[in-house]
Design a protein around this ligand. Structure first.
Ligand SMILES: Cc1cc2nc3c(=O)[nH]c(=O)nc-3n(C[C@H](O)[C@H](O)[C@H](O)COP(=O)(O)OP(=O)(O)OC[C@H]3O[C@@H](n4cnc5c(N)ncnc54)[C@H](O)[C@@H]3O)c2cc1C
Length: 467
């Protein structure tokens, strides 16, 4: 003990997950500790998490952040092990033999359920699946979305809900030169959707979307943004909440949108509705309508809760998208806070009922819940790395500090891991496929396609297509 992080015995860290928080953690480690190595394990053959498979295709500038992560990956102290899922091909117990510290950066990939009758009907979808579908994520790309109805309802008023409404209403001509997956573009081109309702449980002041996202909603070609003036009437507590400058700016945008004269020539409409909670989805063999209860707000400013008034509103529709948040998948052997849907932790140190679990850390959405933009993961990861460095003198060293032995262990287990160089080949091929369609990239949507593109037919036969 005490030697870890020196030239004689560099610290060996495994980061699980290659999304923004994983890369920010690697970056912070490289900057703070000259003698350390990071091996990053990722269940997909491709890196960058939601920066690749969450960010909307018409937000190309946001994806640019991957260039920063690419710089981190160029470090000689970094190695990528793609196509290796913790909990499936390797366990925490096995990894502990090869690494002094493990940082979980697995995100929160599971969409939260509405928990109402009718949610299982065909036509009722999770935001996580829809977003993964248009971004070509192998687990979601083949989901059969049915956009043959005229009305869709999106439950939730966060940025993701607004992304979904925008993708459903934007003319395909404005999407076809983005990196949206071709299968999604084809379905959107044939879509019959004319009206999209976005439903918020509380009022406009409590909505979670950001200023830029709501501004964008008002600028979609051939699409009106409809907001009832009475939905923007505020109680005294909400007026008080308007003291926050961002809430005030958002209210100004909403009031401008609400005051716009109705334009009958616009092909599509997005209706923003507040103070409504979903009660039941109705339909015989497919979604036919959704019932919502009108709410009132009760409580102190900044702590107001929605309370049902008993009044029910029905919106006939053929599709419902639930966008009310995400939760993490529990990892076998790692303490989990089931109430919050995250790894149990204090400032990034994993904790159980006996206190801190030595050598285990967490960052990003699986540490603090699905909140915050990409940049907010940087201070979050820095905090965890700081705790890890404070723990260094007492950290028990691992038994087998050797990357070659990690590679041998994966081979023994029959795991076909993807190196960073192989990802760069996949990346180049996707860009090449994109060129043929006049797009920046056309993603591979199956793991087997990626392995085949790398010339690995044997692994391709063994590999399941979905994760
Ligand atoms: C739909 C959507 C759109 C968004 N758009 C924007 C935007 O426009 N701008 C912005 O700034 N922010 C945006 N965000 C927020 C941003 O994406 C998050 O802040 C960020 O991605 C969280 O990073 P993370 O590393 O914690 O998780 P993730 O990005 O989810 O990364 C987790 C990684 O871990 C991998 N993983 C999971 N389980 C395992 C396992 N068992 N073994 C190995 N690997 C595993 C996953 O495959 C994934 O690659 C968006 C989020 C969503 C959901």
């Amino acid at each position: 003990m005490g030697l870890l992080g020196t030239a004689e015995r560099p610290l060996r860290v495994a980061i699980i997950g290659s999304g923004p928080s994983g890369f920010y953690a690697a970056d912070a480690l490289f900057k703070k500790l000259p003698h350390c190595t990071v091996d990053m394990f990722e269940s997909l053959p491709t890196p960058f998490g939601l920066a690749r498979s969450g960010v909307a295709p018409d937000h190309e500038n946001i994806r640019e952040i991957t260039k920063y992560f690419e710089k981190v990956a160029r470090s000689e102290r970094y190695a990528f092990f793609g196509n290796v899922a913790l909990g499936y091909q390797i366990s925490v117990a096995v990894l502990k033999k090869y690494y002094d510290a493990i940082i979980f950066a697995c995100g929160t990939p599971v969409g939260k359920n509405l928990g109402i009758p009718g949610e299982d009907l065909p036509g009722s979808y999770s935001a996580a699946t829809f977003v993964g579908w248009y971004n070509g994520h192998p687990a979601h790309a083949h989901f059969p979305f049915d956009l043959s109805h005229e009305t869709a309802v999106v439950i939730g008023v966060g940025n993701v809900a607004l992304d979904i409404a925008r993708i459903l209403t934007k003319p395909v001509d404005e999407l076809k030169h983005t990196d949206i997956s071709q299968h999604a573009l084809d379905v959107l081109a044939a879509s019959k959707i004319k009206d999209v309702y976005i439903i918020g449980r509380r009022g406009p002041v409590q909505a979670k979307f950001k200023e830029n996202e709501i501004k964008e909603l008002g600028k979609i070609t051939d699409c009106a943004c409809v907001i009832k003036p009475q939905d923007l009437e505020l109680n005294t507590a909400s007026e008080k909440e308007l003291e926050e400058p961002s809430a005030q700016r958002i209210m100004t945008i909403l009031r401008e949108l609400s005051a716009r004269p109705a334009d009958s020539i616009q092909k599509r409409r997005i209706h923003l509705r507040f103070l409504l909670s979903p009660v039941r989805i109705e339909g015989m063999s497919h979604v036919e309508s959704i019932l919502l209860e009108q709410n009132i707000l009760v409580g102190e400013p900044f702590k107001q809760k929605a309370k049902g008034s008993g009044e029910i509103v029905e919106i006939p529709c053929g599709a419902v998208f639930s966008s009310i948040g995400y939760r993490a998948n529990p990892i076998p052997g790692v303490p989990f806070n089931h109430k919050l849907g995250i790894i149990a932790n204090t400032e990034g140190r994993v904790v159980d009922e006996n206190g801190v679990v030595p050598g285990l850390y967490t960052v990003g959405w699986i540490k603090r819940g699905p909140r915050g933009l990409i940049g907010s993961n940087k201070p979050c990861s820095a905090e965890t790395v700081q705790k890890l460095l404070e723990d260094l003198p007492t950290l028990p060293p691992c038994e087998i500090p050797s990357m070659d032995e990690v590679k041998n262990m994966l081979i023994r287990r029959g795991v076909r891991s993807i190196s960073y160089e192989e990802w760069l080949k996949i990346d180049a091929l996707e860009r090449e496929r994109g060129k043929q369609l006049d797009k920046p990239r056309e993603r591979f949507t199956q793991v087997s396609q990626m392995l085949e593109a790398l010339g690995d037919i044997k692994a391709c036969i063994q590999q399941p297509d979905t994760l």
